[in-house]
Structures are given as C-alpha cells and as structure tokens.
Design a protein around this ligand. Structure first.
Ligand code: ADP
Ligand code: MG
Length: 729
C-alpha cells in the first residue's frame, strides 16, 4: 500500500516534528519585544531624535541626516540587545514576495580590532545589487541602479539575527519598483481626500488612515510528501491527482478540532508573530482538509501590509521546523476548495472614529453614509481596476470556481442598508423642505442601528461585502501582496471623495445648504451605482446573466484583466492621484504579463516531465505486468476458461494504452503550442497564447493521468496521492 510506502519514508527521516511550547505564560509579556516601536525608541533615543521620528510618522516630515545617525545608533544598540548581528533593508519588489540583503554590523578597524557599525546613511539608503528584480524595462541594468530608502512609518524589527528595516525600492531615476511606494502614495491621497470630506461633519478630524485586517488561508502538507511531488515543489500546486473518496463533502474539517501537530505549529507561529508585533488573534481549520486560517486584529494599512508579508515568510520558515510545507497557492488541489486572503478595509480618523461604522446620532450617520456611498460609487466606476488588482495566474483558478467570488465585481450591503439607500434615492432634487429634512434625519439616517443586524448576514459569494463596520474584499488571492488591491481601493475611493467634495462645494456655491448638497449628491450616486449592487448568490448562473444584462464585466483570466490598467481612464486616474505615472503603470503591466506566461510555462513544462518521466513509464510497467499475466493465463488455462476470465484484464490493458496515448499526445501537442507561444515577441500576445492555447492542455492531460491513477497498481504509482497528502497525521 502506498501509505506504507510513505510511512517508511517518514520514519527514515532523522528529525521528529517538534512539539513547540511557549516559554512565556502570556503574549502580553513579549508582544512587540522584537519591534523598534515607540517604547524602545523612547528608551534608546535622545528626545529630539524621538520627536523627529514621531513627526515623520504622524506628519510626514523629513528626517535630517544627523537625526538619522542618532536613530541608527539607537537601532544598533537595541537590535544587538535582541541578538542581531546583521541588518537588512527589507522591501517588497514586484515579484510579490519580500527581499533582503544582509550586511553585518561588524567592521574591522585598522589596528586589528573590530567594531559594530551602523550609521544614519546606512539606515536611510542602500543600493541592493538588484539588477535581477523585475522592472518592466524601466531600469537599464548597466546605466542606472535602483536603491532602497527607509520607510519610518513602518517600524524596524529583529527577525532571527537580523535587524530588518522596512524600505521602499525605487529606480535611480525615481520610478517605483516595488509595492510599497504606490501604497504609500495612495494612502496620502486618501488621507487628503477623506479628511477634506470628513471636515464637513467634524472639524476635529485632521487625518484619516485606511485600516486593513487580512485573513490568510493556507494549506499544510507533510514535508516528505511535499518533496515527493515535483509539481508541488516546482509550481506550488498539484498538476495531477485524483480526488480522494473522501474530500470535503462531509464538511467535517471546518468544525473539527485542530490536529495536535498543527496546533504545535500554530502556537509557534503565534509566538513568532507576537514577538514581531503582528497581532494574530484568530486561528482555525478551514473548509478543505489540510486547510487553515490565521487572522490578526486590523491595523493601519501600510503596517498591516508589511505584517502580512512578514507573516507569509514566518508561516513558511516555521513550517520547516515542524516538518511541514505551507502551500499558499490559491488552488493547490483540484476539486478541493482553494485559499484566499480576505482584505477587511475601513477608514479611521485621528479622533478615533471608524468612518465606515454607523453611530448613535443622525449627524454621525450622515458621515457614515457619505463614506459608505462614495465607496460603493468608486467600486461601481472602477470595478475594472479592482479586477485587475486581484489578477494572477494562480487566482484565476479560484475566481468563479464556485468556492470563491466570481470574476464579476459586485458589492453586497445587506437588506437594512439597501432599504436606507432606497429611501434616500426617493428624495427630490435640489433644496429639501425643513420637514422632509427632519423626517429624513430622524427616520432614515437616524434609524440606522449602531450594530447592523445583517452584520452576520454573510453573503460569502460576494467579492466586496459590507460587513457592519468595514468592507471585505474577498476576491484577493492567498499568495497576493495585499498592497496591490489596497492601493487600488485607496486610490479609487480617494478620487471619488475628491469628486464628491468638488460637487458639493459647487452646489453650495450655487446657494444650496451644505446638508442639502450632500443629500443631493448621495442620491445621485445611489442612482448611478445601482448596477454594482447585488444581494443574491454570486455563484449562480443566473447572476452571470443578470450581470451581463447590467453591463458588468466577467473577466475570467489574467491577461485580459490586466488590460484594464492600460485604458486611458485608468492611466488618468493613477496619474491624477499621484499613485503611479504612465511609465510605472506600463512597467507593471509588462511585469505582470510576463509573470503570467512564465507561471503557465513552468506548469506546462513540469506536467510534461511528470507525464513522460513518471506517469507513462509506471503505467507501461503495470501494463506489461498485466500483459505477461494474460499471456501466462493463456498458456496454463483451458481456452474457454481463459476467454472467460481474461476479458477484464485485457480491457484494462486497452484502457491503459488509450490513456497513455492520450496523455502523451496531449504533452506533444502542448509542447508544440508552447513553441509557437515562445516565438511571439509581443508580451500581451504571448501571454494570451499561453492562456488560450497552452493552458487548456493542463486540464486535458490531467484528465487522462487521473484516470490512470485509478487503474495502475497503487504500489508502484510514483506520486503521493491526495488521500495521503491531505490528511495530516
Ligand atoms: P470573519 O470575517 O472571519 O467572521 P471578522 O469579521 O470578525 O471575522 O473580522 C475579520 C477581520 O476584519 C479581522 O482581521 C479584523 O481585525 C478585521 N476588522 C475588524 N474591524 C476592522 C476595521 N475597522 N478595519 C479593518 N479591518 C477590520
Ligand atoms: Mg471575513
């Protein structure tokens, strides 16, 4: 039996999974202990330097080099006290993961001794030898360099023996080469626009932050089984594998208890995260066997994005200590639910208000409705950009696969708020009568309950759902860097709020009262963004039809979704909000198209190898065994007996031959399609060729291989099977 096969591999390894026990009683004793946060800064830095950094964080003021020297000295002493020997500029290049290049503090002196050195200039700027990071043609490797620069708004931390300094990564000529620069720009643009609008209601509001609470889904698989699957190693997903008899149809995993080995892993993850100040709070099993989730308490968006990137890194590093591998891929197993990363997003003011939460008074609720309706309007007008922001080869498997939101962008708000919007929509144009206004404030706006009933009305099928005090963007892929969808959301809402303010101010200048003007604009937006609102089942065929009648786009694949970046209106919007300029957008577009076709290319090559080197030889071996057996039977049995008992075996030989032939034929045709695609120079056309001409073979070939898996002797099948990988022992 193949279970025995793999048990013996497992038993032969020298490591035993560790049983992690936390040396502390309470997280509060060590939470943030490895972060250079306000407390450690205050302790280690002179007062002026501390104030200067604080102003940089709160007000975006510049830090001069002598202050940077003081900060560096403090960081060095603090981090050495935490065991750091090296430092790195930690950044998020466009590959989607994080990058680091370590340098020691150690510096030999001329008299034969050594000192630990870390200066302001080393803190502020560095030139990683980064010519091999994707740059979409912006940076010509031999004439310009990219450099990293300190982002003081996200605190430095010690991870292992390294002081990590969050940085941005830009080309020598100033263009953004990373995911952080556009995020920071979008946050700035949103702060300005949202503060201006919030001031209609509350003059004390002088800063608005976007907040993000991510929920990260992932699979865990045993390391030995992982290593036995070239497809998992090379592509992060299984390219073949028949569904096990028991998949997720019993829904027993979601409610089940967490296996002990996984629990030990999760406890160590929490320990590491809490030291790094990542406030993970929730852990549980997910729907599929072997699938789990972590979620933190929400934070300011830039910090939350950094924390998610670091979290993914921690997930993978700690997994190895427990003889696990983490699969962050959106769809590691066919016919089993994939993984996503819900991005819970809201707006928070310096006065402590959540601008997307209803409150107690009509005035407070008018503020809420203003931000709520403007967000819906923004998504209505810029749904294409949201779709582009979640596009990736791996997420294509998930969107619309009846387990995750469809590729059609829509907004769910629940029945109570739908009623409120319906009431507001009925308002007449222009000036409202005092009675009407009082009635509206008391009976509509004033009646929005602080806690919305359908807070828990979970429409899991909606890609963008309002959940009581925040919007939840559910279509983000589990491998994604949250910064891309968050940048887009911040940007489109910022632009929408600026338009709103301009319109309200115009109406006021024409003689309307401020609240009349606000009601007028909100009513107009409710009308013009009706198409994007959908309360029904997003998985249904019916929705596809309704959406198409409404003119909403259904864009199931990445190469076409990416095209949305290049429309004139998109480029205008990116430029107007200062988030990216045309050169930067075009560079990103190229990088993403390239990443798309390369990932299909890798999958296609890996599957070709699997079929030719693993599946076919094994199948033929079994086929020969069967043939030999049939031949022997023919020799030893009476003719009529032989004819009676050999039929099924001969049938199996035929079936195996047919499937082997289909699989090989598929691989040959796929290779030809790849050759054609590889000759195409135009990136977009190449990406489309991979999508339309190569990708379909992955499914086609898999079908034959999965049938073979059911026919061929289990003892010699070369790959670990789903039932072995998915159930953690
Ligand atoms: P679930 O969706 O799994 O039922 P919750 O809705 O309670 O869980 O919360 C999910 C995530 O939403 C958490 O990460 C939480 O911190 C985050 N969240 C809650 N309030 C906000 C907010 N105001 N802004 C951003 N994220 C928030
Ligand atoms: Mg959620």
């Amino acid at each position: 039996m193949s279970t025995l096969r793999f048990n013996s591999i497992l038993e032969s390894t020298s490591h035993k999974p560790i049983n992690f026990s936390n040396p502390y009683d309470k997280s509060s004793e060590y939470f943030g202990s490895h972060v250079f946060n306000m407390n450690s800064m205050r302790e280690y830095m002179p007062k002026e330097a501390f104030e200067s950094v604080k102003n940089a964080i709160d007000k975006g003021e510049k830090i001069n080099l002598s202050v940077a020297d003081q900060v560096a000295t403090a960081m060095k002493s603090w981090s050495i006290s935490k065991g750091a020997t090296h430092y790195t500029h930690w950044f998020q290049p466009l590959t989607g993961s994080t990058a680091e290049k370590h340098d020691g503090f150690f510096e030999p002196t001329s008299d034969g001794f050594a000192i630990e050195k870390f200066s302001g200039s080393m803190l502020v700027q560095a030139e990683p030898d980064a010519s091999s990071f994707p740059n979409g043609g912006i940076r010509n490797t031999f004439e310009a360099r990219g450099y990293t620069a300190w982002d003081p708004t996200s605190p430095a931390f010690v991870f292992g023996s390294t002081l990590c300094i969050p940085t941005i990564f830009v080309a020598y000529t100033g263009e953004a080469l990373d995911n952080k620069v556009p995020l920071l720009r979008s946050l700035q643009s949103l702060d300005k626009a949202a503060t201006d609008v919030a001031q209609y209601f509350d003059k004390n509001i002088s800063k608005v932050n976007a907040t993000l609470g991510w929920e990260q889904e992932y699979f865990l698989v045993d390391e030995t089984l992982f290593m036995s699957r070239p497809d998992l190693v090379m592509t992060g997903r299984t390219l073949v594998g028949h569904s096990p008899a028991k998949g997720q149809q019993l829904d027993d995993h979601y409610f089940g208890s967490i296996p002990e080995r996984v629990m030990s892993y999760m406890r160590e993850i929490e320990f590491e995260c809490h030291k790094m100040g990542i406030p993970v709070k929730t852990r549980h099993n997910e729907v599929a066997p072997g699938q789990f989730e972590f979620a933190p308490v929400f934070e300011e968006a830039n910090i939350a994005v950094d924390h998610n990137s670091l979290f993914m890194d921690i997930l993978e590093k700690v997994a190895r200590r427990h003889m696990f591998r983490v699969l962050l891929h959106e769809k590691p197993f066919s016919a089993i639910n994939g993984s996503g990363k819900h991005n819970n997003w809201s707006l928070s003011s310096n006065t402590g208000l959540n601008l997307l939460a209803p409150g107690k008074t009509p005035k407070r609720n008018l503020l809420f409705l203003t931000f709520f309706i403007n967000t819906i309007k923004a998504v209505n007008d810029q749904a294409d950009l949201i779709r582009a922001a979640i596009a990736s080869a791996s997420n294509d498997h998930r969107l619309g696969a009846n387990e995750a939101p469809p590729a059609i962008i829509s907004v769910f708000i629940g029945s109570q708020l739908s009623q409120v919007l319906d009431e507001l929509e009925k308002l007449e144009n222009g000036k409202l009568s005092p009675e009407k206004k009082t009635d509206l404030k008391l009976n509509v706006v004033g009646k929005i309950p602080e806690i919305l009933l359908d807070n828990t009305d979970r429409n899991r099928t909606s890609p963008f759902a309002f959940t009581g005090n925040k919007f939840e963007l559910r279509a983000v892929g589990s491998t994604a860097n949250c910064s891309v969808p968050m940048t887009t959301l911040n940007m489109i809402v910022a632009d929408q709020l600026s338009q709103f303010k301009a319109s309200v101010d115009k109406l006021v200048s024409e003689g309307l009262k401020k609240d009349d003007a606000i009601f007028n604009m909100l009513r107009e937006y409710i009308k013009s963004s009706k198409n994007i609102r959908f309360e029904g089942d997003g998985y249904s065929q019916e929705w596809k039809e309704i959406a198409s009648q409404r003119g909403l786009k259904n864009t199931p694949d990445t190469p076409r979704a990416l095209d949305f970046y290049l429309s004139k209106s998109s480029i205008d919007l990116f430029e107007k909000t200062g988030v990216l300029n045309k050169v930067e957008i075009e560079a990103r577009y190229e990088i993403l198209q390239e990443e798309y076709f390369k990932s299909i290319q890798i999958e296609s090559r890996t599957l070709g190898d699997l079929v030719k080197n693993h599946i076919v030889p094994t199948s033929i071996r079994y086929q020969s065994t069967l043939s030999e057996n049939v031949n022997r039977l023919k020799k030893v049995l009476e003719k009529d007996v032989y004819e009676k008992v050999s039929k099924e075996q001969i049938q199996m030989i035929v079936e195996i031959s047919q499937l082997v032939s289909e699989a090989l034929n598929g691989v040959n045709e796929m290779t030809e399609a790849r050759k054609v695609a590889n000759k195409i120079d135009d990136l977009r056309k190449k990406s489309l060729a991979y999508c339309d001409k190569v990708k379909p073979y992955l499914e086609k070939i898999r079908y034959s291989v999965d049938k073979l898996e059911l026919l061929v002797d289990n003892e010699i099948w070369p790959l670990a099977k789903y039932r072995e990988i998915l159930y953690i022992r």
